[in-house]
Design a protein around this ligand. Structure first.
Ligand code: AMP
Length: 421
């Protein structure tokens, strides 16, 4: 019986993996330019980390998290997101002890048991940044600038993107807002789906994320967090808006934006593509000023974002035609005859040690077949036949121009790159 991959978890095959590698390299080099350093937390954490950090009432924890006991009965989870893990690591390793701003980034797989569709997987990949240790709205502005910059760097135009911004307040003003939502939705309880009726008790803010058509008219008239902000939160938002203006970053103030995670405070934002349809959020983030404390660390504010690799690949593949990739190999070695083949192995090994991407046929192919493989996979073919063996030379053919030249073997192998420009 054939065993297939799990629904919502897919293979990234070599052709596509090249685009992923290029994107990951762009992301790494750009975030490092802004002073972020990589952290690689494990994929498995105690389930409690997310139920406390992300929130028991969120869909991510309540419905989508992969939770399982280990052999000792400890409840573990495949991470559904990485901010809680980064904060756990920050506390566990005392990264705050240096009293400095910690700027950390990650790239890796996340797991959520969602309904798979275009741009939404059960194993998906996120890149993200977290800046821990400052309340300055300039840091929110920097993080948003980084998000924009990243999208531009990978080739998306400003016109194709929209930045949605909101403030959902802090723990000072949250209780009043939560009460306002509770009393508003209680009066419309019959219009709400069964999930939202539960959310009404647990955390009425989560009703605002609901996608059920049934709930939308009640949501449309709900109280807005912007009307409940305390003085500090209002000032933070105004300063941030001024800085985004100074940076020339356009945004839409979206009072409906709450994001599906409980740890957010104050600033929340999403950068969306105008070309993606339903799953249009390329990345999302915001402030989480209480999370470090909630997870047992000293009071430390934070701000960051996470973006989906799959969605980035989707929009980029709409822009870039497939298969414009250059050949994977520099050189394909074509020996003619048994003796030449034996020698070819050593030549191949020497080229690779000089940093040349090179390969050879292992399938017993005919000369004609080897030529066609070379044409598909390499920039140059290197022929080694009886004449070359007799003279201790090699014939190098440029497969794009068709030009050939014969060179002394030792001269070529001393500096192969010189001949492969
Ligand atoms: P979140 O962690 O929910 O704030 O999501 C941040 C970003 O991750 C989203 O804007 C998407 O780009 C991406 N993302 C979230 N969930 C998925 C998923 N199931 N499949 C693919 N990408 C996702």
């Amino acid at each position: 019986m054939r065993v297939e991959s799990v629904r919502g978890m897919r293979d990234i095959l070599p052709e596509e993996a090249r685009l992923w590698q290029a994107l990951e390299a762009e992301i790494r080099s750009l975030v490092e330019l802004y002073g972020y350093r990589e952290i690689r937390p494990p994929l498995v954490e105690l389930a409690e980390l997310f139920s406390r950090g992300v929130g028991e009432a969120t869909d991510i924890v309540h419905k989508e998290m992969y939770v399982f006991p280990d052999k000792k009965g400890q409840m573990l989870a495949l991470r559904p997101e990485a901010t809680a893990s980064v904060v756990r690591a920050y506390i566990e390793h005392g990264l705050y002890a240096k009293g400095d701003l910690a700027k950390l980034y990650y790239i890796g797989p996340m797991f959520r048991y969602e309904k798979p569709q275009k741009g939404r997987q059960r194993q998906f990949h996120q890149y993200g940044v977290e800046a821990l240790g400052s309340l300055d709205p300039a840091l929110d502005a920097e993080v948003i600038d980084l998000a924009w910059h990243l999208m531009e760097r990978v080739g998306l135009s400003r016109e194709a993107l929209v930045l949605r911004l909101n403030s959902i307040g802090c723990r000072e003003d949250r209780p009043a807002y939560r009460e306002a939502l509770r009393s508003y939705f209680s009066a419309r309880k019959d219009e709400l789906c069964s999930d939202c009726q539960r959310r009404l008790e647990e955390n009425p803010l989560r009703i605002l994320d609901c996608k059920e058509p049934q709930c939308q008219s009640a949501i449309a008239g709900a109280p807005q967090s912007l009307d409940y902000l305390c003085e500090g939160c209002r000032k933070h938002l105004e300063e941030l808006r001024g800085m985004l203006g100074d940076l020339g970053l356009a945004y839409e103030l979206d009072p409906r934006l709450v994001r599906g995670i409980d740890y957010y405070t104050r600033t929340v934002f999403e950068l969306c593509s105008r070309e993606l349809g339903a799953q249009d959020a390329l990345l999302g983030g915001g402030r989480y000023d209480d999370l470090v404390e909630l997870l047992g660390g000293p009071p430390t504010p934070g701000v960051g974002f996470a973006g989906g690799m799959e969605r980035l690949v989707l929009v980029l593949s709409q822009h870039r035609p497939a298969n414009t990739a250059s050949p994977a190999l520099d050189v394909y070695v074509i020996p003619i005859g048994e003796e030449a083949r034996k020698r070819a192995l050593a030549i191949l090994a020497q080229m690779r040690r000089k940093g040349v991407a090179a390969d050879l046929d292992y399938m017993g192919r005919s000369l004609r077949k080897m030529m066609s493989v070379a044409a598909r996979q390499a920039r140059y073919a290197l022929f080694l036949g009886p004449d070359e063996l007799a003279q201790d030379r090699l014939t190098l053919k440029n497969l794009a121009s068709g030009e050939s030249r014969t060179l002394p073997r030792s001269e070529f192998l001393a500096h192969p790159q010189r001949f492969l420009s």
